[in-house]
Design a protein around this ligand. Structure first.
Ligand code: AMP
Ligand code: MG
Length: 328
């Protein structure tokens, strides 16, 4: 009988376990783009939040499929990469849009970022499974260093200008996917959340009533953090590092970020970080900055916070980053 029920039991009836009042933190993970993508959303309606995350993940997978440049040639990127030089290939709006953005970053970075080094990158094989254990022969590298200009838009499509050129969106597509994931979350009514695609991080709003706190990894201390960044609103933080995909051969570290001039892994940095409202731009520029090393800070557009850990482990940050950094 209800009137004999203990008050605590009654409370338990009213608040079934797991049901919390007010916004809660909902987390989910997916594996895509060769990495674990972690979603965190703050919302009152858990079902709606999980649906929003599924839509964001689907949008990100569509980006992954559109920009993939290895495997069976099922997309326009691979069609252009396999087309004879001089033959125009139509690219979907999404691909030509990101290609234009990539070419702008390539130009502004003096070719440190180079969207046409797909053949060189395939030779190094850092995206292959299993990964390689020794560098390719120098003459094979030299034969695939791309010329500065690789692609041109014509009225009938995009043209590959040289057989050494192949599209490689590896340095920018993950950021672009994070942008599309954030769009999908917002379209589903989510205003507070974070997408972490293995070093490419996009945020929305706040972490409850505080900024989102993002740690910048120490490139030589796994789990160690160099600096903490407090961010709110729609913003992205992207880090490129020589610890992501690498091997040691004869005591030398060979990693996946290539200097498009030498054709070798870039040697000026251990990691680079860029903060920008647009995750694709932050991604492209963090790769460019990695290749350029500390002098590249002067090329970062606007007043985007940026930092580089140089080859000796010293941290170089621009003014905007110095204002933003908190020591952990
Ligand atoms: P990220 O981790 O964003 O710095 O991108 C590295 C990936 O981008 C590599 O796995 C390659 O697919 C590609 N890549 C390597 N070096 C460059 C470069 N200098 N410019 C553009 N893309 C590059
Ligand atoms: Mg990048």
């Amino acid at each position: 009988m209800l009137r004999f029920m203990h008050p605590i039991a009654l409370l338990a009836l009213l608040l079934p376990s797991g049901c919390k009042i007010g916004p809660q933190e909902i987390r989910d993970t997916r594996f895509m783009m060769g990495t674990i993508v972690r979603f965190t959303v703050i919302a009152s309606d858990e079902v709606a939040a999980r649906n929003a995350i599924s839509r964001a993940a689907a949008a990100m997978r569509a980006v992954e499929d559109a920009f993939r440049n290895e495997g069976a040639p099922t997309n326009a990127v691979m069609r252009l990469n396999h087309a004879p030089p001089g033959t125009p290939v139509a690219l979907p709006e999404m691909v030509s849009g990101l290609l234009r953005q990539a070419l702008a970053i390539q130009h502004a970075s003096g070719n440190a970022f180079h969207v046409g080094l797909g053949r060189l990158n395939a030779l190094w094989g850092f995206s292959h499974d299993p990964p390689p254990t020794r560098p390719p022969a120098p003459e094979r590298i030299a034969a695939l260093v791309p010329p500065p200009r690789c692609f041109e838009a014509t009225p009938s499509g995009w043209v590959r200008l040289d057989a050494r050129c192949a599209l490689d969106f590896g340095a920018i597509a993950k950021g672009y996917a994070v942008d599309r994931g954030l769009d999908a979350l917002e379209a589903a009514g989510i205003h507070q959340g974070i997408i972490n695609a293995g070093g490419d991080i996009g945020i929305l709003g706040k972490h409850r009533d505080r900024p989102w706190r993002i740690g910048v990894r120490d490139p030589r201390r796994p789990g160690g953090v160099l600096a903490a960044l407090d961010l709110t609103g729609r913003m992205a933080v992207v880090t490129s590092g020589d610890y992501e995909r690498f091997y040691l051969h004869d005591g030398i570290r060979y990693h996946h970020i290539l200097d498009p001039v030498s054709g070798m892994p870039a040697r000026r940095s251990r990691s680079s970080t860029v903060v920008a409202p647009d995750a694709a731009a932050a991604d492209g520029w963090s790769t460019a900055l990695f290749v350029l090393g500390p002098p590249g800070l002067a090329r970062i557009p606007g007043d985007w916070p940026a930092m580089v850990v140089d080859a000796g482990g010293r941290i170089h940050a621009n003014d905007a980053m110095r204002r933003m950094m908190r020591t952990p």
